[in-house]
Design a protein around this ligand. Structure first.
Ligand SMILES: Cc1cc2nc3c(=O)[nH]c(=O)nc-3n(C[C@H](O)[C@H](O)[C@H](O)COP(=O)(O)OP(=O)(O)OC[C@H]3O[C@@H](n4cnc5c(N)ncnc54)[C@H](O)[C@@H]3O)c2cc1C
Length: 455
């Protein structure tokens, strides 16, 4: 009865066409991209404006109805799909993209605009967006702000946080906080916009963001470099960072990932023989950056190298890295652990993590890759059941022992919240709980994500 009333009230706000209760229509919103997380929602609600989001939240807060926000549903930690019985709030209809402000080098994008759409829009105005990653066609600005997304260009432009000049967001009370004027300097009080970045839909619903754009660089060179070990890869990264002023990205992956991608996508391997470690480096500039890149890799112990400076061949080199996620997903339901390590501990982590997983799950298959320049490694484990968390536990404890973080760029979601205290102090978690209570006193926003259950 309560649900019927709620249903009617939500239909009155967004229109019955945008309230989905048919299980067949809800299905794609209820399962995550990894296949590991998801459960039925009570309803899927698709508001079309900030005002509608505010009205929906007001009703949900009044009726104490839990709400899970969702953008493009490309998240990898289960935070954007229901745990069972919540309202799934899809923000994908908030897809308005404002004109590029060429004077300020900024643009305002609705929460539902995809990364790819922002990139194309900026490019048409002679500018570029500083964040890029493999889920660009699906990931939305709202989801990327809420997870503080990273990707391949963080070492040059920073994470999503560095691109956010301000946000518009709705709090559970229905109150709208808006900072979209694009002022680069504005220290009038607390910066609520930056506070909301990375909060994974637990404090407020992002409805739009004012984004910083960067110069569009015309020339790019990509090199795939094979090296004998992780130590050599880290040394190469140090040289690249020190010498290549036009450096955009330094990615790393390993022999098992290269084999998996080549099999899955039927790609020809890049070299005549297999190598233990591959580093993908890219430089871009207004002028040809080839000398910049070549100068930085000349001293390193290089086993093989392939260089490309035209779009088709650069894409072909990136394909070995970009299709890793897809290739792993095609091989099974992975345990995905996105972690950061201090750069000095990366090689030790790479050596020990395979043993640690083998001890926790002897038949498991481990595939590693990462954003080397950021100390960010994605540990993918195939084999253990979705519910069996022994390898997750072992990997995250190793990360904590080496002074890393249990989450680099995907967020905590539901998958890692029980380990939050490994790399966040009690004082920090208490402060997070206090903020949560201030923003969301009835605990309706994304319950069961980020914060561990109170003891
Ligand atoms: C192939 C592939 C490659 C990827 N590569 C990277 C990478 O390199 N770097 C990286 O950082 N991530 C990467 N990801 C992960 C993912 O794309 C990012 O986490 C992205 O930011 C999620 O955006 P989304 O719109 O899909 O959000 P969703 O998955 O829908 O949601 C993610 C989280 O944000 C919350 N949320 C969504 N929208 C809103 C909103 N408007 N307001 C409040 N909360 C909201 C959800 O509740 C959830 O907790 C990759 C994913 C895939 C599948």
């Amino acid at each position: 009865m309560l649900t019927d009333t709620l249903h009617e009230r939500l239909c009155a706000i967004v229109g019955s066409r945008h309230v989905l209760d048919d299980p067949a229509l809800r299905d794609r919103f209820e399962r995550d991209i990894t296949g590991r997380y998801g459960a039925p929602a009570t309803l899927v609600v698709r508001p079309g404006s900030t005002g509608e989001v505010a009205d929906v939240l007001r009703v949900c807060d009044e009726t104490r109805t839990p709400v899970v926000p969702q953008g493009g549903n490309t998240g990898l930690v289960g935070g954007g799909v229901p745990r069972g019985g919540e309202i799934l709030l899809s923000l994908s209809r908030l897809d308005e993209l404002g004109p590029v402000d060429e004077l300020a080098g900024q643009v305002t994008a609705g929460a539902g605009v995809t990364l790819e759409a922002v990139q194309a829009h900026a490019s048409a105005a002679g500018l570029a967006f500083g964040v890029d990653h493999g889920a660009r066609s699906g990931a939305t600005i709202g989801g990327m702000v809420s997870t503080d997304a990273g990707g391949a260009q963080v070492l040059r432009y920073g994470t999503m946080r560095a691109q956010v000049v301000g946000v518009e967001a709705v709090l559970p009370s229905g109150r709208v906080v808006r900072r979209l004027a694009g002022l680069l300097k504005d220290t009038a009080g607390y910066d609520v916009s930056q506070l909301l970045v990375g909060t994974e839909g637990t404090l407020g619903i992002v409805t739009a963001a004012r984004l910083r754009l960067v110069p569009r660089l015309q020339q790019a060179v990509t090199a795939l470099v094979a090296v004998p070990s992780m130590e050599a890869a880290v040394r190469l990264m140090r040289d690249l960072r020190a010498r290549a002023t036009s450096l955009n990205a330094v990615e790393v992956f390993f022999a098992e990932g290269m084999r998996l991608v080549c099999e899955h996508r039927r790609l020809a391997p890049p070299f005549t023989e297999d190598h233990p470690v591959y580093v993908l480096a890219e430089c871009s500039d207004h002028d040809d950056p080839l000398d910049d890149l070549a100068g930085a890799i000349e001293d390193t112990l290089v086993l093989d190298v392939a260089v490309a400076d035209d779009t088709a061949r650069r894409r072909a080199l990136w394909a070995y890295r970009d299709f890793l996620n897809e290739a792993v997903a095609a091989a099974g339901v992975p345990h995905k652990l996105d972690v950061t390590l201090p750069l000095a501990a990366l090689a030790e982590f790479e050596h020990r993590v395979r043993d640690v997983i083998e001890q926790a799950a002897p038949a498991a298959r481990t595939i590693l890759w990462g954003h080397l320049g950021d100390g960010n490694i994605h540990v993918n484990v195939l084999g253990p059941d979705a519910q069996d968390e022994r390898c997750d536990d072992a990997v995250l404890r190793l990360v904590a022992e080496l002074d890393g973080s249990i989450s680099a760029e995907h967020g905590v979601g539901v998958s890692k919240r029980r380990w939050l205290s490994l790399t966040r102090s009690e004082a920090e978690i208490l402060t997070m709980r206090a903020l949560k209570h201030t923003f969301d006193p009835h605990g309706i926003l994304n319950p069961g994500a980020v914060l561990p259950d109170a003891a």
